[in-house]
Design a protein around this ligand. Structure first.
Ligand code: FES
Length: 74
């Protein structure tokens, strides 16, 4: 079964060993509700899914140390 999300307001793409890509009109906030990542009007956020980023919750490309090359950074 496949589903297309071309018209979905929010799309979250999880990569098994790497970043979680969040596309849509979303603000990433800390536990107090304060915006993270500077420009809160971004339509795409790349979150760390590997746990190696030094800039959590955002991906800093550290997942590429495993030898995979995703070319995705936030
Ligand atoms: S997914 Fe963790 S650094 Fe990119």
């Amino acid at each position: 079964m496949s589903a297309s999300c071309e018209t979905c307001p929010l799309k979250i793409c999880c990569n098994p060993k790497g970043p979680i890509i969040v596309e849509g009109d979303v603000n990433i906030v800390d536990k107090y509700g304060r915006p993270l990542g500077g420009d809160k009007r971004k339509k795409m956020h790349v979150l760390c899914g590997c746990g190696q980023s030094l800039n959590k919750p955002f991906c800093d490309g550290a997942h590429n140390r495993d030898g995979e090359d995703d070319d995705i950074e936030d």
